[in-house]
Design a protein around this ligand. Sequence first.
Ligand SMILES: C[S@@+](CC[C@H](N)C(=O)[O-])C[C@H]1O[C@@H](n2cnc3c(N)ncnc32)[C@H](O)[C@@H]1O
Length: 285
Amino acid sequence: MSRALHAFINELEHDRALREPGRLRERGDVLDRLETWRSCGSPCEPAVEAELRDRVEALCAELEAVDGRLCQGIRQDIQRGVGAHGLLEWAGAADTEVQIRGDSYDYLDALVSGILQIDEPEARLAGLAAEMVFYQPTPARHVFDMLARAALDRRDVLIDLGSGLGHVPLLASICTGARCIGIEWEAARVECARRCAQALNLDQVTFVQGDVRAADLSAGTVFYLYTPFEGSMLRDVLGLLKVQAAAREIRICTLGPCTATVAQEDWLQVVGPWEIHRPAVFRRI
Ligand SMILES: C[S@@+](CC[C@H](N)C(=O)[O-])C[C@H]1O[C@@H](n2cnc3c(N)ncnc32)[C@H](O)[C@@H]1O
C-alpha cells in the first residue's frame, strides 16, 4: 500500500503535463484522490506517513496554485469585459459531460467558483415558505448547456426565477452579453450576488429581492427555472408566464423535477429533444 502510494506521488511530482492550465479536469481527479488519502491516511510507519503527508501537502498546494492562476486570469478578463472567450472554451469541453454526470458537481463548478468568487451569506437567512425549494445551484455544465439550447444572445433578457447566489444570470451575462435578472426571495443571497456582479464589472446583471409571484416579469424573453418552487406556487408562476407569452415570444428553460409539470402545460411545446438530466426549452404553441 505504502509502496503504491510512494510510486503514485513520485509519478505526480514528475508529471509536467499535469501542471498545464488546460489539464483542469485531471488535476481535479488527482486532488480528489489526494484529499481521500489526506482524510484517511494509510497504514504505514509514522515516520513514513509524516514524510508522505508533507509531500502530499506540497503537491496539493502546487496543483491548487495552478488552478488559482487559471481562475484569476479568466476573472481578470471578465473584469476587463473580455471574459466570454475563456469561459466558453470550457463550456465547449463540458458538452460530453452533460449526460454522464447527472446532477452532481464537477471540476467545472470548481472552475466557476474560483472565477466568480461569490461570498457565502453573512446575514441570517429569512427562511422559505411552504412550496419554496431550498437553494442549490445549477451545475455549471447545465448552465452552459441551457445557454446553448436556448440560443441566448445579446438581444435577450434572461430572468432566473429563484436565482439563489446568482450563478446563472452572472454566467449568462458573461457568456452571451444578454441582460440578465435574478429574482430571489432570500435577501442575504441577493446581496452576495450583487457584490459579485459589482466586483466583476457586470453592469448588465441585476438582482431583485422578492417573491417571483409579485415581481415584474415584463422585460424577460427567456425564463429559467431550476425547480425553485413546487405545487400551487409553480402553477401560479406558470400562469404569470402564460400572460407574458400572450404578449410576446418567450422561451422557458427548466431543469429538474419542475420540467415534468411545465411539460403538461397545453400552451407550451418542448423545443428539440427532451432528455432527462438536461435542461429543457419550451416555447408557446
Ligand atoms: C433550486 S434553487 C435554484 C437557484 C438558481 N436558480 C440556480 O439554478 O443556481 C431555488 C431558489 O429559489 C428561491 N425561491 C424559492 N421560491 C421563491 C419565490 N417564490 N420567489 C423568489 N425566490 C424563490 C430559493 O430561495 C432558492 O434560492
